[in-house]
Ligand binder design. Structure first.
Ligand code: EPU
Length: 417
């Protein structure tokens, strides 16, 4: 296994280009199930989670070819409707094949994902939505077994805004009979990207990016060429790398509108951030002001940036209150940050971070994807050496983050252990 070693204390300087969005790429690859032919997907990031969705969809019958930066996907022969426990347990987003399989074959048998490190994360709202669309949904031996003769459009009200829930239902609805309206739909840029991809394929989706999405079922879809949006969480993570080291970084190929809440909080903390077309130029300073954050669905402050922002607040000039409202157990990084000298109290879904002048390098362990990024950021600023084990979590969702940071001057490398 790999560990990441960091010698902290170097201000990051230079330019970096962000990769394509993991959470946009996953549903878009699943959406290729919807119709046969060759799809050409540009800007797909090279990540463990992408390999997992390729593996799951390969078992279903999809074929892949790499062509430079383009992933070619063929879905002429969808021969199976099963996603096994062995695969789904490694990645919850595997449930995204459910909607497209129901649309293409009228049936699906998908292992029910269990809880995960950041929370219980049920999929009851996905299943409730399918049921409303005339799908027969049962749980058998740990599997969701779903089937239907025809998917009917329906009015669906989500109790909670759910990103993959919205995406799953949207994919099931594109060829449904009649109109489906999603109320309290997720507004995340990844939902909008999926809707743009589906519309290019011939779907009729309106309102993506608002909380009401209307999908008018169509008869036919066709394969397309599409470019995935840049990863907003990677952009935000690199901004914090610049902030926490007092560095000066130009981020290329990112969409500023997707990280508005993060940019605003970083500006509140004292960072200078300027948007220049498709680029963001950011300058951090020695002095970091403490700022409170509350995680919310988009356009609020993303839960996927909470752990990284907390690393920055560990070095702020006062106390900051960090409220996690999306997932019930997303403070796994706290005990590891404490090992680096951070002063953090947790009370339910709220953490109080008392900023300190320094963090000290330590041996720490990554517990989930965004927690691993948080520890890397803390390591970049800490005095001495930090060693982060279990970085396979990082490799699930960040393409070469360590190499990108090294390109900005960080002393960071991998070792086997
Ligand atoms: N929820 C339910 N029932 C459901 C669905 C969701 O109670 O049927 C709850 C969840 O337990 C959670 C809240 O609703 O408390 C929101 O969860 P959501 O469904 O939006 O999360 P998700 O779709 O499973 C996606 C991202 C996550 C990201 C969240 C929130 C993908 C593949 N994953 O997950 O990304 O944190 O939205 O923005 O898009 C990550 O990349 O590190 C990651 C965890």
């Amino acid at each position: 296994m790999d560990k990441i070693v960091i010698q902290g204390g170097i201000p990051l300087e230079g330019e970096v280009r962000v990769s394509g969005s993991k959470n946009a790429a996953l549903p878009i690859i699943a959406a290729c199930i919807l119709t046969g032919g060759w799809h050409y997907l540009e800007n797909i990031p090279r990540l463990r989670d992408i390999e997992t969705i390729k593996e799951i969809t390969s078992h279903i019958g999809m074929a892949f070819e790499e062509d430079g930066h383009c992933l070619k996907v063929n879905s002429d022969n969808i021969t199976s409707y099963v996603a096994s426990y062995q695969l789904v347990k490694t990645m919850r987003a595997s449930v995204l094949v459910l909607g497209p399989l129901l649309s293409r074959l009228g049936r699906a048998r998908i292992s029910l994902p269990g809880g995960c490190a950041i929370g219980e994360r049920p999929i009851d709202l996905h299943l409730k939505g399918f049921h409303a669309m005339g799908v027969d949904v049962n749980l058998e031996h740990g599997y969701v077994v779903a089937s239907t003769d025809r998917i009917r459009g329906a009015d669906i009200f989500f109790d909670i805004s759910t990103v993959t829930g919205t995406e799953n239902i949207m994919m099931a609805a594109v060829r449904a009979e009649g109109i489906t309206t999603l109320h309290n739909a997720a507004k995340e840029p990844e939902v909008v990207d999926l809707a743009s991809f589906l519309n290019l394929m011939g779907a009729r989706i309106e309102g993506a990016g608002t909380d009401t999405i209307t999908i008018t079922g169509v008869q036919e879809l066709h394969p397309v060429r599409y470019t995935i949006i840049p990863d907003r969480i990677e952009s935000g993570t690199i901004l914090i790398a610049a902030a926490i080291t007092g560095g000066n970084v130009r981020i290329k190929g990112c969409t500023a509108e997707h990280i508005g809440a993060i940019v605003e909080k970083l500006q509140d903390s004292g960072m200078d951030i300027e948007k220049q077309g498709e680029e963001i130029v950011a300058r951090g300073h020695d002095h970091v002001r403490s700022v409170d954050i509350t995680t919310m669905p988009f356009p609020g402050f993303a839960t996927d940036m909470q752990a990284q922002f907390m690393a920055l607040m560990c070095l702020a000039d006062g106390s900051s209150i960090i409220k996690e409202t999306v997932f019930e157990n997303r403070f796994m990084h706290v005990s590891e940050l404490r090992r680096m000298g951070a002063d953090i109290d947790i009370n339910g879904g709220q953490a109080v971070v008392k900023g300190k002048a320094h963090l000290s390098g330590a041996q720490v362990m990554a517990t989930d994807l965004r927690a691993s990024a948080s520890l890397i950021l803390a390591g970049l600023a800490a005095e001495g050496q930090t060693e982060i084990s279990r970085v396979y979590h990082l490799d699930r969702g960040y393409q070469n983050l360590d190499l990108k940071l090294a390109g900005l001057g960080a002393r960071i490398w991998r070792e086997k252990y």
